[in-house]
Design a protein around this ligand. Sequence first.
Ligand code: ZN
Ligand code: ZN
Length: 369
Amino acid sequence: MNVRAAVLYEARKPLVIEQVEVEAPKAGEVRVRWMAAGVCHSDYHAMSGDLPARTPIVLGHEGAGVVDAVGPGVTSVQTGDHVVSVWKYSCGACEHCRSGWGRVCPVSVRMRAEGSLADGTCRFRKDGRAVHHHLGVSTFCEASVVAERSVLKIREEMPFDKAAVVSCAVVTGVGAVINGAQARPGESVVIFGVGGVGLNAVQGAALVNADPIIAVDLVDGKLATAKKFGATHLINAATEDPVARVREMTRGLGAHYAIEAIGLPAVALQAFDCVRAGGTVVMVGLSAAQATAAIPTIPLVTQEKKLAGSTYGSSDPRDLVPRLIDLSLAGKLNLDDLLSRSYRLDQINEAYDALLKGEVARSVIAFAR
Ligand code: ZN
Ligand code: ZN
């Protein structure tokens, strides 16, 4: 089958919209017709060259669509099911997977490095040459073949565009607060960077009744949006010192938790300085591959500050994503203010330009049918 896809041939060059061939699903695999794909900053790291990727590659990891073919032996989904992508493959058999840490499964790490499905091969071809997969899913195309374990069945009432962003930005941001930080009612949370993930960290803090919920960004428009998601205090770090301001807002103590949703070492240090004794910094944003942050070790020890990483909302997506979709359908999750714009696949380079300019909270590629 031939489908339209956005292909990255070389870092720092625009994505090329063209036809690629998708092979039929093999045993344990399904073909998904994507209906919506989230325009996420993580994919941009491959486009900019900050994180290495095998090329040519079809990027995109946040997706929602319909299963339209299944390979032999598939049991968890069938043709016609609505699904979202699970962008970290878990083999289900290794020590990490068996102990509930499927999100750090080494098979997923290998798939990212090789740009392949779990068996090390690709299902996309162009002019006889393999085109690589991104995180085993690749959603910037009309359809892709993925492992059965790389999709998760969702409720059919859930709109595809909202489901796509729940599968990454929402689960990552909300999960960083409720699972990563494990914030409790009345505890203070400061969120650095209120893009797609950061806004959902604000939303996660609101869900657990944290207070105050302090949003820090450089763009006033994004801070105004953070207020709609439950931020009680706003700091524009372009004009104010966030460390001093957070201390003022927390009786001089600092916040219980700081969420770093940007991925900049300098911001990680600010986040570290913002948390109180016993407080925790949760690092969510992806930085360039070789980035390091010099953390002051005396306060780490004497004030028992903690530094934690968080991926996939520190959750099992098969647990948290369906719960978030239930919350959304119950009207208890703000996704309307998250979805700023919808683009066609052939406008994807424009969508990334808007993301980099800070014009959008989250946009999606909507596939015409
Ligand atoms: Zn595993
Ligand atoms: Zn994402």
